[in-house]
Design a binder for this molecule. Structure first.
Ligand SMILES: Cc1ncc(COP(=O)(O)O)c(C=O)c1O
Length: 440
């Protein structure tokens, strides 16, 4: 459990987040409920941002907003001076609706649609990251239409793959993202990008994986990318001014994962920037403006999800289920990746973790689980279960499966709690449904 100042057990023996008692939150806002601790996001964002400035200088931190895309989040991180990476027109629209400055937006996507390119160029997105051969011409045409010069980066595949505690230089290059350095696609595309009069080639992007704890993975990526920057300069006289090293910093989901504080994230950035500076000096290349794109690490641990326990099913000697009022419609990560979570019974937080139970959802799928065989307190119908580290890729991956409503999101700070996403109603489910004339 990632307990801290703003996530603790209070004197009533209840779980408290951002100064708010979770039992009161469940009572006031209902369940299931996503809750975000504003102070945690601010603290980690500041750690990333400040270390980038002090350890490197010319650089920026882009929140990978696929982790949590909501107007208030863009407002918060925009106010903290961060960039944001977006992967669709919808995310860009949401960012702008939260007052996020377009010039600090980095646009991604392995298959950007024409209307998405058009919208990004029209709104003045800071960088578009080119991911496919035909994108150069398509972005150029849009820029020409708007009489603009669009800054672009090129996403390359450095052949470094990192996950949790492992990283490898991989010979395999089968990613759907980016141009392979190894097979020559990256060289071929980058040499050709200068023919587009309405594009300004600024530099390179790579992203090596997710839930990465080993800092060496990032120094390896910095090494490979600076080798490549040098190669572009030596072979073709091309200068790289911007280097975006992506995201992927790990977070604590269960006791198997390290417990990281904001200082640890600052340490990641310090390590990465030191490695980059060393490579730049050694290879005598121009020091690039550095971007990183943390998603999960900025927001996962800020989030908890509150549920009401319903049916308790004890299949003696086999399995014990606590069925909750959420499920794969609001957290599909177990279903998609077998992701693991830890939890607590929020109104019995001081009681012993005496039961091995599975938190199962309410969807009509036997695989609809949130956390399997975890230790929890003894609970009964009506108790409040809180699942930790649900701030990233939960709300943003939610669906209406089985006609369930996406839960609202509440942000807490200094004991105050306010919606940042209001509750849905059944009318929201049918808002866009129409009966065709031949069925009338
Ligand atoms: C291009 C890019 N940048 C950043 C991220 C953020 O990764 P994470 O949330 O693991 O930090 C992702 C995640 O998929 C990504 O694809």
């Amino acid at each position: 459990m990632n307990f801290r100042d703003t996530l603790k057990i209070n004197s009533a023996g209840h779980l408290e987040i951002g100064g708010a008692d979770t039992v009161d939150l469940a009572e006031k806002f209902g369940t299931p409920l996503y809750v975000l601790d504003c102070a945690y996001i601010e603290k980690v964002a500041k750690a990333f941002f400040d270390t980038m400035k002090s350890g490197y200088g010319e650089g920026g931190v882009a929140f990978a907003s696929k982790a949590f895309s909501a107007a208030a989040i863009y407002k918060l991180i925009g106010g903290l001076g961060l960039y944001a990476d977006v992967v669709s027109k919808g995310e860009l629209y949401t960012a702008l609706s939260g007052g996020f400055p377009a010039e600090r937006v980095v646009v991604h996507g392995n298959n950007k649609l024409d209307y998405e390119i058009d919208y990004a160029v029209e709104k003045g997105a800071g960088y578009i990251v080119i991911d496919a051969f035909d994108e150069g011409g398509r972005i150029d045409a849009a820029a020409k239409r708007y009489k603009k010069v669009q800054k672009v980066l090129v996403r390359v595949n450095p052949g470094v793959e990192a996950h949790t505690h492992e990283f490898v230089r991989t010979a395999k290059d089968d990613s759907k993202f980016g141009f392979s350095i190894k097979n020559g696609d990256a060289d071929a595309f980058i040499k050709s990008v200068f023919k587009y009069e309405n594009l300004e080639f600024c530099g390179l992007h790579c992203h090596i994986g997710s839930q990465i704890f080993d800092r060496q993975a990032f120094s390896l990526a910095a090494g490979v990318m600076t080798d490549y920057i040098k190669r572009l300069r030596d072979l073709y006289g091309i200068t790289v001014n911007v280097l975006n090293l992506g995201g992927g910093f790990g977070v604590h989901y269960t006791s198997k994962d390290p417990l990281y504080t904001a200082d640890d994230y600052a340490g990641y950035v310090a390590h990465l920037t030191a490695a980059l500076k060393e490579n730049v000096a050694k290879k005598d290349i121009k020091k690039p403006f550095l971007l990183i794109e943390p998603g999960r690490s900025l927001i996962a641990e800020a989030g908890i999800t509150l549920y009401r326990v319903g049916a308790v099913k004890d299949i003696k000697g086999i399995k014990k289920y606590y069925a909750i009022d959420g499920g794969m419609f609001e957290n599909p990560r177990y279903v998609m990746y077998r992701s693991e979570y830890s939890a607590i019974i929020a109104n019995k937080a001081n009681e012993p973790f005496s039961e091995t139970v599975t938190l199962t959802g309410k969807c009509c799928e036997s695989g609809d689980m949130i956390a399997v065989d975890i230790l929890l307190q003894k609970a009964a119908r009506g108790d409040i279960a809180a699942v930790f580290s649900t701030g990233a890729y939960n709300y943003s991956m939610s669906s209406h499966y089985n006609g369930n409503l996406t839960p609202p999101v509440v942000m807490v700070k200094d004991g105050e709690a306010e919606y940042i996403v209001k509750p849905e109603t059944c009318e929201d489910l049918t808002r866009n449904h129409v009966i065709p004339s031949f069925l009338k």
